[in-house]
Design a protein around this ligand. Structure first.
Ligand code: GLU
Length: 484
């Protein structure tokens, strides 16, 4: 086992954004592909954002996706606790240490003062930045305020001159002018750390070597590096990931139902397909192949394959990939997965196994199933113009004639097996001396009222049963007559 340790450090928001899932996946794969360890840490120091049950969403999603962590809240390898709100004392200790080292200072500025400062700067069209007022306090003044129990925060003392430079594994050399670095808050007045402080302390104390996260942290990373340097710690390898957008640069959104793992999972996307597709959002295996199981990804993943151009979430491709995974399912597994969707649309007792065998190669997403089978319950409302099919050379009048001739043929089938239905209808077509479509198109339309169905006319007739088939053909005859 190598010394590599990566981590996934989500804030419990109540759902798993696709971008977060990708962070978890890449982090997991970086560790696994190099024989390292993958750790889970919960970053819940922003108590204002507390969401009931949010932690469970994280555990459940990782579990469903098979992203098993070696170390985490319920697997303490001696670096715990792994939930930041349970590490308060550690952050206070390190923040004070940093004050002693001369890289941080107490700040007693009131909210009113800071609001005033913000308003002044805004009025001048300048961005807000703390003015360093409390830097000037003497040791004695600080002690007196602390003794008097004045609320305080601890701020990082940033260098104001020069340039900070670091190497990101994806974005290359990043340099930031130090005069843009604010004296950011490390410890808040409630005694809890900011993300900016906690991530550094924890990544160091927990032995994290590889930090994978969204590129919104790319420009704050120099501040973290100053913390590492101040403590005399080694900074980790940084792997910042590009944003995921839709075509045209639009953000994935909760409202459109395409932002989170749950959105897709609940629509009947398969976990394996989600993982496979998400893996390709910013990483390329460097060949034509696109279908990879998690196990295969663990073999082939490499940091070198991650690119920094925005990853485009292509729903059409994602659906295609999900369809490929559906095709790969064992028929009995597909049937089991399809059952709840049949229930949404069907109460009629029909041969669901047969429907599953027809659907498995057609469906891209399980949630399409009700739309495929709803006609079995009731023939869909349709327009007589559906009987007109250019390629099949069918007309409304012709269809009326075909269907009328079909009724006695269907009535004559005693054993309603799929094979019998098929041979009888094909014989009838041969006797008429017409092309297949002349009979099959009107029949399928009469039975379903749909342009696309799980199978052809004979399969549908079999599924519907003899009585229902003949009923529907008779109804269609009446319907066409009424329209002429
Ligand atoms: N808690 C941070 C977030 O959810 C994680 C950032 C990081 O991985 O360092 O955005």
């Amino acid at each position: 086992m190598s010394n590599i340790k990566s981590r996934f450090a989500p804030s419990p928001t109540g759902y798993m954004h696709i971008g977060n899932l990708r962070t978890a996946l890449y982090s997991y794969l970086i560790a696994k592909s190099q024989g390292g360890k993958f750790m889970l840490r919960i970053e819940d120091t922003d108590q204002n954002r507390f969401v009931e049950g949010a932690m469970d969403v994280i555990y459940r999603t990782l579990d469903i996706c098979g992203l098993e962590y070696d170390e985490g809240p319920d697997k303490d390898l001696g670096n715990g606790p792994y939930i930041q709100s349970q590490r308060r004392d550690i952050y206070v200790e390190y923040a004070k240490k940093l004050v002693d080292l001369g890289h941080a200072y107490y700040c007693f500025c009131s909210k009113e003062r800071l609001d005033g400062l913000r308003a002044d700067l805004e009025a001048q069209g300048l961005p807000y930045e703390y003015d360093g007022c409390c830097k000037k306090l003497t040791k004695e003044e600080i002690q007196a305020k602390l003794d008097a129990g004045e609320p305080y925060v601890i701020r990082q003392l940033m260098p104001k001159e020069g340039v900070s430079v670091y190497e990101d594994a994806v974005y290359g050399t990043i340099s930031i002018n130090n005069n843009t670095l604010e004296d950011q808050i490390l410890l808040k007045s409630d005694g809890l750390p900011t993300y900016n402080f906690a991530n550094v302390v924890d990544d160091h104390l927990m032995g994290v070597t590889h930090v994978v996260r969204g590129n919104e942290y790319l420009t704050s990373t120099p501040k973290y590096n100053h913390l590492y340097n101040a403590f005399g710690w080694e900074a980790p390898c940084y792997i910042h990931l590009p944003h995921i957008t839709k075509e045209g640069g639009k953000k994935l959104s909760k409202r459109d139902g395409d932002a989170s793992f749950e959105d897709f999972y609940n629509k009947g996307y398969l976990t394996e397909a989600i993982i496979n597709y998400v893996a390709l959002l910013g990483w390329s295996p460097g060949g034509e192949r696109e279908i990879f199981s998690l196990k295969e990804l663990e073999e082939v993943f490499s940091i070198k394959g991650i690119n920094n151009s925005p990853a485009v979430f292509d729903l059409v491709k994602f659906r295609w990939m999900n369809g490929e995974y559906i095709k790969m399912m064992k028929p009995e597994d597909f049937h089991a997965a399809a059952l709840p969707y049949y229930k949404q649309a069907l109460t009629r007792e029909v041969n669901l196994e047969r429907i599953s065998s027809l659907l498995q190669s057609r469906v891209e997403v399980l949630s399409e199933i009700p739309d495929y089978v709803d006609f079995i319950e009731n023939v869909c409302e349709y327009d007589v113009s559906m009987y007109v099919h250019k390629k099949m050379k069918t007309t409304v009048e012709g269809s009326l004639e075909t269907l009328t001739k079909l009724v006695p043929v269907l009535e004559g089938i005693n054993d309603w097996s799929e094979e019998n239905i098929h041979t009888t209808i094909m014989q009838h077509i041969a006797d008429l001396g017409v092309k297949n479509g002349i009979v099959l198109w009107p029949l399928r339309t009469a039975l379903s009222g749909k342009m696309s169905t799980p199978g052809g006319a004979t399969e549908i007739a079999f599924i519907l049963g003899k009585d229902e088939t003949i009923n529907r053909v008779n109804q269609a005859i009446e319907f066409i007559k009424a329209s002429l």
